[in-house]
Write a protein that binds this ligand. Sequence first.
Ligand code: AHR
Length: 335
Amino acid sequence: MSKWKKVTIALSVGIMMFTLAGCGGAKQETTTKPADKKIVLGFSQIGAESEWRTANTESIKASAQAAGIELKFSDAQQKQENQIKALRSFIQQKVDVIAFSPVVETGWDAVLQEAKAAKIPVILTDRSIKMSSGNAEDYYVTFMGSDFVEEGRRAGKWLVDFMKKDNEVVNIVELQGTVGSAPAIDRKAGFEEILKQHANYKVIKSQTGDFTRAKGKEVMESFLKSAKADGEKIDVLYAHNDDMAIGAIQAIEEAGLKPGKDIIIVSIDGVKGAFEAMIAGKLNATIECSPLLGDQLMTATKDLVAGKTLDKRIVTKEGVFPAEVASKELPNRKY
Ligand code: AHR
């Protein structure tokens, strides 16, 4: 064999080995990053519709800073199309991890397929999703947040215990959250589950207030007007969040009624505003839903980049706060 032939064979073997090593590296779906490079997390927030959401945003921003994670934060102003745009831009920028709180449950198929194709892990915070085909769980690594059905059940149980009415009819009006959102769907379902066991409790009106104070007030005004026209008495307001309840309280007062007395009110979140309303005697109970997900999200992001496997579901621990404990609890509230 000539000297040149030997050199050519040696080179080809070398190239083959190099290529194989390269292929092996590409096949491993590892996200490990050099220690001196900051982890980049793209987060798409729903908007700023409530006190809860503001606290959630603050928690995420503060925790990212404390964890030394570079946060690319995008506010979708409650529009799904803006969230989809933000997710696409995170994919383009090749962030290490994408996290988002989906405004509604459906309509994420295409963009999550794109994230999967780009091998960027996705974390769901606060709200979950449903895919039109296939298993949603194949498109995210973990979902951290509350059990909204359980929150609805807690509101229902609290109400039945508080009212202590076994035979008398109890007329309830319901302010729902954003149409198509996981908390609106689940909180309604959980509450109804309890009411099914108590036939005298009736939801006589139910409409969305989009999780905002302004809409909560507006819809409560129309509930009060139509109840008056129909000769119905509203006994209870169940609001899917505290902000809508606070808006509704204003409408009730403007109608010359006493919120918390003439109309019993139970809502969800446990924000400071709700505790203040309870202390003022205008709200009867709030069911906790914690927005403080920042630290958990940063830990999960770091774990993912380090190649660790995460639990598919991380449920937030929460309680129930009736008005009697409001003044004692208010100083402990962090949001
Ligand atoms: O998804 C959580 C809900 O969204 C909170 O209950 C509500 O206040 C917020 O806007």
